[in-house]
Structure formats: C-alpha cells, structure tokens
Design a protein around this ligand. Structure first.
Ligand SMILES: Cc1ncc(COP(=O)(O)O)c(C=O)c1O
Length: 391
C-alpha cells in the first residue's frame, strides 16, 4: 500500500498523466443504456464489479470512493451505503440468519444496540452483551455453538474503552466466528485487518465527510468470500448511497489526514487540560493513562481523533452539567462528530446498560474538538467550569 496521505490524495482518481479534471466525475443516474443486447449481455458477464449496470449498484463516483476507503482501511473491497448505521445493519443482516447468536460489547453505539434488540431479535437472532474489557477466558465462555459474529467497537461509544481486538479475533476465529468492528473512531489510525478483523465499518459521516454536511457509511472486507456475501446482501437489501454524498466524501478524504491530525492534537491538549481541573474526576481519552484499555491503544493504534469523554466529580449534579453546557459559546450542542467544529453532549446513562451499569460515579459529557484555536476553546471551557461550580 502507498503511505496513507498519498492514498488519500491519489486514490479513486484516473491518474496524474491523463487528460481531464483533477477530480472524479459526479455521476447521478438510474438507467444505464446499451448500444445493443449483445453489449448488455457482455456487461452482465462481468458481474457487478465496478461496472455500470444500474444506478443502484454504483456509479463511477461510488466506485472511486470505495477504492479510497478500501485502501485506507487496508482491505480488498468496500461497499458504500447510505449512513453509518446502514454500514452496521447491512452486514449484520447479510451475514446472520435465524437461530444465530451474536456477541456485542455493552459500550456499543446506541442505535446498533437498538437494531440488535429490535429487528435482529424479531428475525430470530439472539444477542448477548459483553463487558468491552472482558478477559480471554470470559469471552470464550460466552461463545455458544451457534455464535456467528463477535461484534466490536473500539473505543466504545461514550465510555471509550479500547478493546483487545487481536485477543477477541483469536478467540472468535478459533470458534469459526466472524469479527465485525465499528472502526469509525480509529479511521486511519487502526488497521482493522492487520489486527484480525473480518468486516470493518466506517461512518463516513464523521471525519471522512468532515464538514457536517453528509450522511454516509462504508463496509470493508478483505477476502473474496466475505465480499461475495456482503455485496450480494447489500444488493438484496437495496442498500444505496447518494452519489452527491459520495462525491463530498471523496472531497473530504483529500484533506482527512491533516484535519484528523490537527483535531487529534487539539483534542489531546484539551483532554490533558481537563485532567488538571479539580471538577473533573476522570478523562476518558484512549491516548491518556486512566482510560480503560489505554495499553491496547498504545499497542495497536497510531493516533487518536478529537472525540473523548469526561466524568465530573460526583458532587456535581446533572443540572449543574447542563448549566455548564448551556454556558459554552464555542461548543455546539449536537449529536455526531468528526466535523470541523467543536461539539458537546451530556452522556450519563446513555450507554452501558447490561454488563457495566453504573461504571462511573459522576455525570458524564462527550467533547468533540474542532479546528478552532485551542486557546479559545480552553478559555470557553474555563468559563463553563465556573458556571458548573456556581450551580
Ligand atoms: C461510533 C459510531 N458508529 C456509527 C455511527 C452512525 O453513523 P451515521 O450517523 O452516519 O448513521 C455513529 C454516529 O454517531 C457513531 O458515533
């Protein structure tokens, strides 16, 4: 593979020595026309791989983005779909069947849990939730003869536990179980297939889009066998992504590396600043000691992003935290992350419902650090903490 910065700049393009515009075309379309029936049969003989057959199965805009994502994730093939959530549900629905058992970390992104407890349960798939910091003997003990997928998300949504993915993959593979991973936080900094993952999921809505203006997801695999069931499943389900959003994601990908690095650096600085504040009991940032699984971050990741959590001292109420959040001027109150702007959300009780209820004593908040000046952000947080103390 090329170095990641080069892959981001050159990926999905026709090449630097061809006549034409720098960027791949934005192709919108449903119907593809053929000059003759023989030409149509000839195209059909190629299968569905990077060929214009029908808009639902991808245009050159989709294929260009899929090549870039496959390359940065280190896999062979990628399927883009209409949202990060669809990138989670499409492979689960495509791979699992009635009677199967699924293992999911208790720190999983909320809508993934809702899907497992809703549609998957109704279709006869049973889910058990495990502690994201589970030991090797304990996860082995949770496997059943019908376990088909061991799902992972590292770090976990809101509680930021970094999982021991190579250990989970070893245990899962020994039992013939596929390892799925939501790798959105680890974009560019965690190479899923090198660590034993079979199916890697990205919400491109976040850093790849990077400008809070698209909703998009991607599923990447690394074998022909995994590509066959994924591609067929996506086709059967009618999974689709807007070419306009794919084009914007490609545009975002060109600057992903520098944005991510700058936001990771600023995020770490703000997280370290929080660590020194008496109002804060704990900072949940994978790159800092004290975050569960920090040792796995040091071993397996090459960097961070700008998303982390904090736990307030138990003396501060949910009301005080809300008044602090309301007092912030530079932090938007909103879901999602990975855009150029800073965000904050209270996160107490939004996750960790089974295996780890009550993991932290104090109120929690999640911060996303954007591309603003970091001193300005810290000054804003300083006055926010003064409001917290006063309430
Ligand atoms: C970890 C994680 N995975 C997946 C998603 C889903 O992405 P989307 O909003 O594009 O459906 C999100 C969204 O917040 C997320 O935080």
């Amino acid at each position: 593979m090329k170095n990641i910065e080069t892959a981001l700049v050159h990926g999905g393009r026709a090449g630097t020595r061809t006549y034409g515009y720098v960027n791949p075309k934005l192709v919108r379309g449903s119907t593809v026309l053929y000059p003759s029936m023989e030409a149509k049969h000839e195209v059909a003989r190629h299968g569905l791989e990077q060929v214009d057959i029908y808009g639902l199965y991808g245009t050159e805009t989709h294929f260009a983005l899929e090549r870039v994502v496959a390359e940065i994730e280190g896999g062979t093939n990628c399927q883009v779909v209409g949202s990060g959530l669809a990138a989670l549900t499409v492979p689960l629905l495509s791979y699992l069947r009635a009677g199967d058992h699924l293992l999911v970390p208790d720190s999983v992104y909320g809508p993934t849990r809702t899907f497992c407890d809703g549609i998957l349960r109704r279709y006869g798939v049973a889910t058990d939730y495990y502690d994201p910091m589970i030991t090797e003997p304990a996860i082995r003990a949770m496997l059943r003869p019908n376990t088909r997928v061991l799902f992972t998300e590292s770090p976990g949504s809101h509680t930021f536990e970094v999982q021991d993915i190579p250990m989970l993959a070893r245990v899962g593979h020994a039992a013939g179980v596929k390892i799925f991973m939501d790798n959105t936080w680890g974009i560019l900094n965690f190479q899923p297939f090198k660590h034993g993952v079979d199916v890697s999921i990205q919400a491109l809505t976040k850093y790849v889009g990077g400008h809070s203006d698209i909703i998009l997801g991607a599923v990447t695999v690394n074998t022909a066998e995994d590509w066959a069931w994924l591609r067929n499943g996506a086709k059967e389900l009618g999974a689709y992504a807007s070419p306009d959003d794919c084009w914007l994601a490609l545009r975002g990908a060109r600057t992903l590396h520098v944005r991510l690095q700058a936001q990771a650096q600023a995020g770490l600085r703000v997280a370290q600043w929080f660590k020194a504040q008496p109002e804060v009991a704990r900072v949940l940032h994978p790159a800092l000691p004290g975050c569960p699984g920090h040792e796995f971050y040091l071993r397996d990741f090459t960097g961070a992003c700008g998303l982390f959590g904090i736990v307030f001292q138990p003396e501060f109420s949910a009301h005080s935290v809300v008044t602090m959040i309301d007092a912030l001027k530079l932090f938007g109150i909103g879901a999602s992350w990975g855009g150029y702007e800073s965000l904050v959300l209270p996160t107490t009780g939004t996750i960790r419902r089974s295996a780890g209820t009550g993991v932290y004593e104090g109120e929690m908040a999640r911060f996303h650090i954007g591309l603003e000046n970091t001193d300005d952000l810290i000054a804003d947080l300083q006055q926010g903490l003064a409001t917290l103390r006063a309430n």
